[in-house]
Design a protein around this ligand. Structure first.
Ligand code: B3K
Ligand code: ZN
Length: 922
């Protein structure tokens, strides 16, 4: 076959590939690829990829004379050879997504040459250019955009990769594993060869070629091996890598200590790229990171970014065992690696920072966004049964709910036994591609605990709902809790069996925690199981039936129950707390999560009361309720100080979270139907009222913390300092709601004096959101000054875009549109699109849902524009519209119309098609 001329250009139009893939259709592969040798010749426009695969029939395959069906997308096929024999066009079958070879020997060497055009690859899947640097993203199905291959995770191969490119433009050439050779060619090009000794699926393949600087450190493993740690970044970012290196070292130490897992290669590399669809990717030995998840410098990144870098670096590192050494058999098992790894990184972050606040952040995300996903048209179990486009299943359900399911197992088995289970899992399946069932079996085998009923969490979608009722029998001092569980099934899935739900509870009186014993279980299959005569202050109730009742003794008066402590299960829990009960929990509970939850429930009761008209926030009863809450909050703020200095025995970060009112997305999730105008009014009134009531104490707290932090001097991304800044800045944002010129000047002063991005951006945001005209001019001046100062820092410009997109002041949309046309924006860069469009549509909810539908129009137009360019990004942006059925008119109709507009546009990608189709039809 002659080079280029007779090759077939393959179109990747996925608008036709909209058929679902089903878990029930899984079959083991008919062929295996023992080794994969890749040779990349990176040319100016076209890159040439030669692959040499040693292929053999899979002994466990059930079809003896199967054809080899390789995946391929957007490839230009140049040649195919089998055992050195060149194939003619008639020897194979090529269509838009597969290359089929028949009549094959049992084992053979297959050589395929293809050409690709990375510069034209805006999907950012496969091999593409990010700011002139070559990089790859292969998970889930990107490798097929590099060469024809068995692009499925249960085909694992040993990879050797040679890269040749121009030496001056691409001095750094990287791939997985260890460097095994390099050389120069006479034409100014050079080459480097890499070999990865660990078998891996193609989704873990990576390649990078660019002009990058290296930041290097090392780590010595517990068995004494020295590992080189290398971060590759653009020259200007060299000073922003220290935090990532420290986070990596901390994660390596933690995984040795907590899971007994060591790193296995002599080299661990991270490369930062600016064009990336996700946060980061765990490619073996060569992680590729979105710059936003690796770069951190006090003057350009805020505390949240520092913590995100720490969490994501750890997450990708932990994947080396939970994902790479033991990988997924198929993509239905995605939560096997993602749920487990999120659980691992959450425990790591909890150990590094305020554990309670980490839990609160995770639960907030789950309860606002994952619960919404799980009750909407894209709802799926953590092990889905089908998908149209797998990229749509990198969801909060797979990641966050998946992590909650692992957390419940951890709680059920206890930390030590869970560790026996994880050891067994890693040892038993090292080097294999396995299933969620294999994980659960390892946990069962190590613990002897029967997890049969627990498995429902893998198979069923939806959030279980617990209705809790109590009673008090004064005559015998018995307190009773009755719990009823239900789970709203998606249409057609029928009534399901009850879940196994671990519910951590305590009982409180004015004196704090009470001792109790569980004396009886009423109506249970096993009446004696949980009868526990020993007195304790906390119990884990194992809910496994639709209705269960527990009786508690040892109490002098009717207690207030503290339910779902630590958020022990991913459920919704309803209990008719009085406002007084909630204040008691907020003051006295020893579980930080439960205290925070009480503050959220209190605020929700006020919002619900206002929206339903039962008790208006500005009525005298409403004012009284706010005043009582205010007194408790004031006490919390004051008791944290000893002689004007914050005492770290009190978790300032927790108090900051308690002060923060429930966000819009959480409030919206509590209502069905959603009347956004009414909710907005209630939230505004509430925050104004709290701010007014607490003004003096907020101001005093702000000033004391400001003084204490200034005295500390240089910025440190340490938990204690982060906590103080968090509390200080929440005080500032409240104060801006009652802004007088004194407060506005404070914010402006913080903006101009700040020596770190946390304070600078918090002050900017406070000024931008301030409704009072006093701050108007200061906000304008600060926005301009900020841009002048940081226009050369892409990630900081993104923060600037988001702050404006999220402005609570009217007119955010026209500002967003202005910014879309400004030099600060690039509509092909996912980080910028997420910062501006995502910021407005997913975080500025009161304006996005404005009655005229202008927010929906903007989103629909952007989705239509992005659909052919970057379908993954387009599909993710769509999420807010999927909730349309829960809104009242006019929002409901306007959102539906926006979805219809998208559905009528040409050539919908599988990604967008799936979300739009399910949204309109489910
Ligand atoms: N495993 C990657 C996800 C990549 C998905 C691309 N569509 C990131 C992570 O979870 O670590
Ligand atoms: Zn992951």
């Amino acid at each position: 076959m002659a080079d280029g001329k007779t090759s077939s250009a393959v179109s990747s139009d996925k608008s036709v590939a909209t058929k679902a893939t089903y878990l029930k259709d899984y079959r083991a592969p008919d062929f295996l690829i023992d080794s994969t040798q890749l040779d990349f010749d990176l040319g100016r426009n076209i890159s040439r990829v030669s692959s040499v695969l040693s292929v053999r029939k899979n002994p466990v395959s059930d079809s003896a004379d199967a054809s080899l069906v390789l995946n391929g997308e957007d490839l230009n096929l140049i040649s195919i050879d089998i055992d050195g024999r060149s194939l003619a066009d008639t020897d194979y079958c090529l269509d838009g997504s597969t290359l089929q070879l028949s009549n094959l020997p049992d084992a053979f060497e297959l050589c395929i040459v293809t050409q690709i055009d990375p510069a034209k690859n805006l999907k950012l899947e496969g091999l593409y250019l990010s700011d002139g640097m070559y990089c790859t993203q292969c998970e889930a199905e990107g490798f097929r955009r590099i060469t024809y291959y068995l692009d499925r995770p249960d085909v694992m191969s040993v990879f050797t990769t040679k890269i040749t490119a121009d030496a001056s433009r691409y001095p750094v050439l990287l791939s997985n594993g260890n460097e095994v050779g390099r050389g120069r060619l006479t034409d100014g090009r050079h080459w480097v060869e890499w070999h990865d000794p660990f078998k891996k699926p193609a989704y873990l393949f990576a390649l990078v070629a660019g002009d990058l600087e290296l930041v290097e450190d090392s780590f010595t493993t517990q068995s004494g091996r020295k590992v080189a740690l290398r971060i590759y970044v653009e020259e200007k970012d060299v000073d922003k890598c220290g935090h990532a290196i420290q986070s990596l070292q901390a994660a390596m130490t933690w995984d040795e200590k907590v899971y007994g897992r060591e790193y296995d290669l002599d080299l661990y590399m991270i490369v930062a790229v600016d064009f990336f669809n996700m946060g980061a990717m765990e490619n073996k030995g060569l992680n590729i990171f979105n710059t936003s998840c690796v770069l951190a410098h006090p003057s350009t990144q805020s505390d949240i970014a520092f913590q995100r870098v720490e969490g994501v670096v750890a997450h990708e590192y932990f994947h080396n065992w939970s994902g790479n050494r033991v990988t997924c058999r198929d993509w239905f098992q995605l939560s096997l690696k993602e749920g487990f790894t999120v659980f691992r990184d959450a425990c790591f972050s909890a150990d590094m920072n305020s554990a309670t606040v980490k839990r609160i952040e995770d639960v907030s995300l789950l309860r606002s966004a994952q619960f919404a996903e799980d009750s909407g048209p894209m709802s799926h179990p953590i092990r889905p049964e089908s998908y149209i486009e797998i990229s749509n299943f990198y969801t909060l359900t797979i990641y966050e709910k998946g992590a909650e399911v692992i957390r419940m197992m951890h709680q059920l088995l206890g930390a030590e036994t869970f560790r026996l289970g994880s050891d067994l899992y890693f040892d038993r399946h090292d080097g294999q591609a396995v299933t969620c069932e294999d994980f659960v079996c390892a946990m069962e085998d190590a613990s002897g605990i029967d997890l049969t009923q627990f498995r429902l969490w893998y198979a069923k979608s939806g959030t279980p709902n617990l209705e809790v009722a109590d009673s008090w029998d004064k005559s015998n001092g018995i307190y009773t809790l009755t719990i009823n569980q239900s789970c709203r099934s998606m249409p057609g899935s029928g009534e399901s069996e009850p879940f196994f739900i671990p519910l951590r509870v305590a009982l409180l009186s004015d004196q704090g925690l009470e001792h109790f014993s569980i004396v009886g279980l009423v109506g249970s299959r096993d009446k004696n199981k949980e009868t526990n005569k020993e007195m304790s202050t906390e119990a884990v109730l194992e809910l496994c039936e639709r209705n269960q009742t527990w009786q508690f003794s040892g109490l002098k008066s009717k207690p207030v129950p503290s339910l779902l402590r630590g958020f022990s299960a991913p459920v919704k829990l309803n209990f008719d707390y009085s406002l007084t009960d909630l204040l008691l929990l907020l003051r006295e509970d020893t579980d930080g999560f439960a205290r925070w939850d009480a503050s959220q429930r209190y605020a929700m009761k006020l919002i619900e009361g206002h929206v339903s008209g039962r008790q208006l926030i500005d009525s005298s009863a409403g004012k009284a309720a706010i005043s009582e809450l205010g007194m408790v909050l004031e006490q919390l703020l004051q008791s944290g100080f000893d002689n004007g200095v914050w005492n770290h025995d009190y978790d300032a970060a927790l108090i900051a979270e308690i002060l923060r009112l429930p966000g819009y997305s959480y409030v919206i999730e509590q209502f069905d139907p959603v009347d956004i105008t009414a909710l907005h009014a209630a939230i505004e009134l509430l925050s104004q009222a709290v701010a007014k009531q607490l003004k003096d104490v907020l101001l005093a707290t702000y000033q004391r913390l400001q003084k204490q932090l200034s005295a500390l001097g240089a910025y440190r991304p340490q938990a204690e300092d982060i906590a103080l800044r968090s509390l200080k800045n929440i005080c500032l944002s409240y104060l801006m709601r009652v802004a007088d010129s004194q407060v506005a000047t404070l914010a402006y002063q913080q903006f101009t004096d700040a020596n770190n991005m946390t304070d600078q951006s918090a002050a900017l945001s406070a000024l931008v959101n301030c409704q009072s005209s006093v701050a108007e001019l200061m906000a304008m001046k600060s926005l301009n000054a900020f841009y002048q100062q940081w226009s050369h820092e892409s990630l900081v410009v993104n923060q600037w875009l988001t702050i404006q997109a999220c402005s609570e002041k009217s007119g955010a949309l026209s500002r967003v549109k202005e910014l879309m046309n400004s030099e600060a924006y690039d509509n092909t860069n996912p980080n910028k699109v997420r910062a501006l469009i995502g910021g407005y549509c997913a975080r500025n909810l009161s304006q996005f849902h404005s009655n005229d539908g202008s927010g929906y129009e903007l989103l629909a137009d952007e989705v239509i524009r992005l659909n052919p360019l970057n379908p993954q990004l387009a599909s993710r942006l769509l999420a807010p519209l999927t909730q349309w059925r829960r809104f009242v008119v006019p929002q409901k109709t306007l959102m539906q119309n926006a979805l219809l507009k998208i559905s009528h546009s040409e050539n919908l990608s599988a990604d967008v098609y799936e979300v739009v189709l399910k949204s309109l039809n489910t």
